[in-house]
Design a protein around this ligand. Structure first.
Ligand code: PAF
Length: 304
């Protein structure tokens, strides 16, 4: 596995892979890798001949009171996991390599980013899209893989690729879960034992949404009400930031489940802000059957 830290070196590696006729698959990460990232790397491997990953904790996507300075990190473990997954090249730039001190250009999306996490983390998706655009320009992948756990991020990247004509296929991969349903996340490391147990309330509420839908409920207010009740039960207390039902395509709130609908939530459990979601109902735009909520699909969608 090649490890490179400069834009020029990464570009050189990608150019070499291309000269050898290889398709490049790419998984951008912020490190503190877990089984969810491994699954993204495996999907990239299936879709491409050369797998590149990046580890870069992107300061531009953290708010001033967020966890940038304490974001979990374990470089030795990350390298071992990447080697184990057969990553061909790992790009690990320093902040100064990625951002000029007087930078003044960013990527801003104005529709899909308005709600859900976008409403609670001002500037977050601007930071995400800017760094993903830069990474796409540096790595020049044919295929990039993002996890459905960060569904809004993944949909925004698809929108950016469409609207700015990046020649990249964006694959959205199923969320990988712990045995009790908790979605894998680097931020799960913030949870103490009681909080860790309590954190299963997110996926439990999503399973409830799916069960209600399967029983014929289509009114999202009724489903969301039951989800909130289910999350509120138990100790230690948790704080719901949002629980929402939005259209998969537009991410706009929906009153009834008539098309593929994303039930999404953000909940603070102790020091951790956790997010999760499930896609419920309808037939996907590609004519696929409805997704199973605890193993959401849309495993291979490109926008439009
Ligand atoms: O999902 C993440 O880890 C980050 O938001 C990403 C896509 C690597 C951009 O910094």
């Amino acid at each position: 596995m090649k490890i490179v830290g400069t834009v020029a070196a990464m570009r050189g590696v990608s150019a070499g892979a291309r000269r050898d006729g290889k398709r490049i698959g790419f998984v951008p990460t912020m490190g503190a890798l877990h089984a969810g990232h491994c699954s993204l790397l495996r999907i990239a491997r299936q879709a491409a001949d050369f797998v590149a990953a990046s580890i870069f904790v992107n300061p531009a996507q953290f708010g001033p009171d967020e966890d940038y300075t304490r974001y979990p990190s374990d470089a030795a473990r990350d390298l071992a996991l990447c080697r184990g997954e057969g990553v061909d090249c790992l790009f690990m730039p320093a902040v100064a390599e990625m951002y000029a001190p007087d930078r003044s250009v960013a990527v801003e999306e104005t529709a899909l980013s308005a709600g859900l996490c976008g409403a609670f983390r001002p500037g977050h998706f601007r930071g995400v899209l800017t760094v993903v655009a830069k990474l796409f320009n540096i790595v020049q992948p044919d295929v990039a893989v993002f996890g459905q756990k960060d569904a809004q991020q993944a949909r925004l990247v698809q929108r950016m690729v469409r609207d700015l004509d990046f020649p990249v296929r964006v694959v959205i991969a199923p969320t990988v879960r712990e045995p009790d349903g908790l979605a894998m996340s680097s931020r799960n490391a913030y949870l103490g034992p009681a909080e860790r147990k309590r954190a299963a309330c997110l996926s439990r509420s999503l399973r409830l949404a799916a069960k209600l839908h399967a029983a014929g409920e289509r009114d999202t207010a009724a489903i969301l009400g039951r989800m909130r009740e289910s999350i509120a039960k138990g100790e230690p207390p948790v704080t719901i930031e949002y629980v929402a039902a939005v259209d998969w395509e537009t991410l706009a709130p929906v009153a009834r489940v008539e098309r593929p609908t994303l039930f999404a939530l953000a909940v603070r459990v102790g020091p951790a802000r956790l997010i999760d979601n499930a896609l419920v109902g309808g037939v996907t735009p590609e004519g696929r059957p409805p997704c199973r909520p605890t193993i959401p699909c849309h495993g291979d969608t490109t926008e439009d």
